[in-house]
Ligand binder design. Structure first.
Ligand code: HEM
Length: 221
């Protein structure tokens, strides 16, 4: 196990770690382009493109939220190097998803898009998630982190938890119309575990600090 962990850490922090992660993250996009060009998207290619870019946005979001738990629990410290790129890929796939919707469903008619966002709650929720992701993508660079200051940057990037909640609600609402919740339940479980892990860590940290302080106080007295 230790040898395996060392191997993975060495691989991730090698000069190949980032390029390999980049190529792996591009594969869904490259597959969709290939499938579109070779007529492999099924009977309704437009719908397939909107849906699969939505699926990949949600998967990329789960992956980003899994980095810190995996890094901590499995001691895969080198994963930290890939977090920014993983986050930017969430944005890349949501932009593709939004573009696919704006193009195939709405013919790039801005007024129709605005009306649709106001009319259909699941679109409004998805769009809100996109809006919240935008400042996170724009401030993912070192210069922005410096300009904002570490604490403010960290507080702002907690918006990703709201994005996860909105993304799940968007998916749930969309599938509610079809009474098909199996996949939604799987993503809810994954996101629940990833967010629950953080809450549990915060709570145990707070309790440790409280009792630690009490113990220190006791010794002092
Ligand atoms: C973080 C943001 C978002 C995530 C994670 C997300 C995710 C998803 C997912 C998982 C699906 C279902 C795919 C399936 O059925 O397999 C979906 C469908 C869809 N999403 Fe999003 N989405 C997001 C933002 C948006 C935005 C900004 C819009 C448009 C303004 C949008 C419009 C749609 C539409 C039109 C569908 C397809 C509905 C249908 O075919 O009936 N989404 N999205």
């Amino acid at each position: 196990m230790i040898a395996m962990r060392a191997l993975v850490n060495r691989g991730l922090s090698s000069p190949w770690g980032k390029p390999v992660w980049f190529i792996l993250s591009c594969l869904p996009f490259l597959w969709l382009v290939f499938a579109a060009l070779t007529d492999r998207l099924g009977a309704n290619p437009a719908e397939a493109l909107v849906r699969s870019t939505g699926d990949w946005t949600l998967r990329a979001l789960c992956l980003v939220l899994a980095i810190t738990p995996l890094r901590t629990v499995l001691c895969l410290t080198a994963l930290a190097r890939l977090r920014r790129m993983a986050g930017l890929f969430v944005y890349f796939y949501v932009v593709l998803h939004l573009l696919a919707y704006a193009w195939f469903d709405m013919g790039f008619e801005v007024a129709d898009i605005a009306r649709d966002i106001a009319k259909r709650p699941f679109i409004l929720v998805g769009f809100s998630a996109f809006v919240l992701l935008t400042p996170l993508a724009l401030t993912s660079f070192n210069r922005a982190i410096k300009a904002l200051g570490g604490k403010r940057w960290q507080a702002m990037h907690r918006l990703v938890y709201a994005v996860a909640g909105l993304a799940l609600l968007h998916f749930f609402w969309m599938r509610a119309g079809k009474n098909n919740f199996a996949e939604v339940a799987v993503y809810a479980l994954i996101l629940g575990i990833l967010l629950g892990w953080r809450v549990q860590r915060r709570w145990s940290g707070a309790w440790r600090n409280y009792f630690g302080a009490a113990a220190v106080g006791g010794v002092g007295r």
